[in-house]
Design a protein around this ligand. Structure first.
Ligand SMILES: Cc1ncc(COP(=O)(O)O)c(C=O)c1O
Length: 483
């Protein structure tokens, strides 16, 4: 017999009692209880419709019928591990290989982005026989122990940094009076130097609020040189680089678009040091950026990573992930003689779902759609930027867009409280948006790819209304752009 559905209040009380309190809710003061979803809409227990601007996992739309059907049909036939021959596994690998550069022709299937990055770590270390990892400041690569260690976004918040972690702040002058330690360490570009173990950290290639900005004569070279310096410093201490990990578009870093050519320069330095380049496409892959299938391809056709990790959008909500790499790296991994077995990875149901997602992306021309709607949304947001001084920067590609809110034009101090207030007001108007970035001041748009022009117009109109109210409350009259 099915239990009676709980009221929202009862569900919340049960959750507080039964679920670990470190599992956070969106809008903790007034969380939304949801019961179903379709396309880019989510419905609460009263049938109220919310526009979803953030769920990049439901990539081709919540509960897409083709994906649901593929799962159901395969579930009725068979689901088991990958130690038997089955066509879905190889068909899926073949389809994925068509989206990737030829060199990336070996695949491992897993269940989550964290598993994919953990395997990437093992592959890199086994292939290079080196240990050290370089990551970007404020990066996030997953929740496993191995990945928290390479995710400054997380380990910065952990009390008592490990004794083998040494933080060297090279630029401490920005915003020191107004920001938290967390912010300070990012905006001031801390370089983490780990003496006895394996991680070094490079500044975010953020040309809006990073150390080299839009007015720098060659920010690409300058940011790449930071990585080169880190490699040289590590080598002086006898350390050896196994890999450079980067999210192809750093998202928790604040929806950053790395300048073109940056990856190529870094890959050259990393390869010279005997390491490999890992592109984390777990959030941003599968056509979200519109003009390319993979976000690393925005860097240019001449750039090919050594390892690509995939997850979230891959199964449209079903847990499936993948690592693609070269024959040489895969062979070095196999040379250990240790089997790689992952009970659920690459099972026939997951692969049927993965194939259905690829079919929908193609059939519904979702890449072209992401470009068209994304460009329109950016245009509307840029119009708001002219009107509202709180909008410091609008950046993005396809349906991966960030709006950087600032307290002042000159210092670009993150408007953290204002961003929080804005998303809370939007939620009251049934629009789900969230914030990211070291200062939690960057509004992030990464909706299901079926998001429409009308959806874009609705959100931006609401934002305009709320920002106008905020300005009125502050100054009692509409505020124009200050220059
Ligand atoms: C860039 C990136 N890498 C890895 C992960 C970890 O993926 P998962 O939560 O599926 O383990 C995430 C999750 O947020 C992510 O954003």
């Amino acid at each position: 017999m099915q239990a009676q559905p709980c009221s929202r209040r009862e569900t919340l009380a049960l959750r507080r009692r039964l679920i670990g309190s470190s599992c956070k809710l969106f809008f903790p003061e007034d969380p939304v209880k949801i019961v179903r979803a379709k396309g880019q809409y989510i419905y609460d227990e009263h049938g109220r419709e919310y526009l979803d601007c953030i769920n990049n996992v439901s990539h081709v739309g919540h509960c897409h019928p083709d994906v649901v059907k593929a799962a159901h049909e395969q579930n009725q036939l068979l689901n088991t591990n990958s130690r038997y021959l089955h066509d879905n596994l190889v068909d899926y690998a073949k389809r994925l290989s068509k989206t990737l550069p030829e060199k990336l022709c070996t695949f491992y299937f897993l269940n989550s982005g964290s598993e994919a990055n953990d395997l990437a770590l093992r592959l890199a270390r086994q292939y290079t026989k080196h240990e050290d990892i370089i990551v970007l400041d404020h990066a996030y690569h997953g929740h496993l122990t191995s990945l928290i260690d390479i995710s400054p976004y997380k380990f910065r918040n952990l009390e008592g940094q490990k004794e083998w972690v040494h933080v060297v702040c090279t630029y401490c002058s920005l915003y020191t009076s107004t920001i938290s330690v967390n912010l300070l360490s990012t905006t001031s570009v801390a370089l983490l130097i780990i003496r006895h173990c394996s991680l070094v950290q490079a500044p975010l290639p953020d040309t809006y609020r990073g150390i080299y900005r839009e007015d720098h004569k060659d920010s690409v070279l300058a940011y790449a040189n930071e990585v080169k310096k880190i490699i040289e410093q590590a080598q002086k201490r006898g350390r050896k680089i196994a890999a450079f990990f980067i999210e192809s578009l750093p998202s928790v870093g604040g929806q950053i678009i790395p300048p073109e050519g940056y990856f190529q320069m870094i890959a050259e330095h990393v390869h010279k040091a005997g390491g490999v380049f890992v592109a984390d496409e777990i959030q941003v892959g599968f056509g979200r950026v519109g003009k390319c299938f993979w976000a690393f391809q925005l860097q240019g056709e001449d750039f090919v990573p050594d390892i690509v990790t995939m997850g979230k959008p891959m199964g449209n909500g079903h847990p499936i992930a993948c690592v693609a790499t070269t024959k040489e790296i895969a062979e070095a991994f196999a040379d250990t003689g240790v089997e790689y077995f992952n009970t659920f990875g690459g099972n026939p149901v997951s692969c049927a779902i993965g194939l259905a997602v690829l079919d929908v992306i193609e059939k519904e021309h979702l890449q072209a759609h992401a470009t068209q709607v994304g460009n329109f949304l950016m245009e509307l947001l840029n119009q708001q930027k002219v009107k509202h001084p709180i909008i410091g920067d609008v950046r993005g590609v396809g349906l991966f867009i960030g709006v950087d809110l600032i307290k002042d034009q000159e210092k670009r101090i993150p408007a953290t409280e204002e961003a929080e207030y804005l998303i809370t007001r939007l939620k009251r108007d049934y629009i789900l948006l969230s914030t990211d970035g070291p200062g939690r001041n960057v509004l992030k748009f990464k909706p299901p790819l079926c998001f429409t022009m009308d959806n874009a117009k609705l959100v931006v109109d609401k934002m305009d209304e709320i920002l106008t109210d905020m300005e009125r409350e502050k100054t009692c009259e509409p505020v124009g752009k200050h220059h």
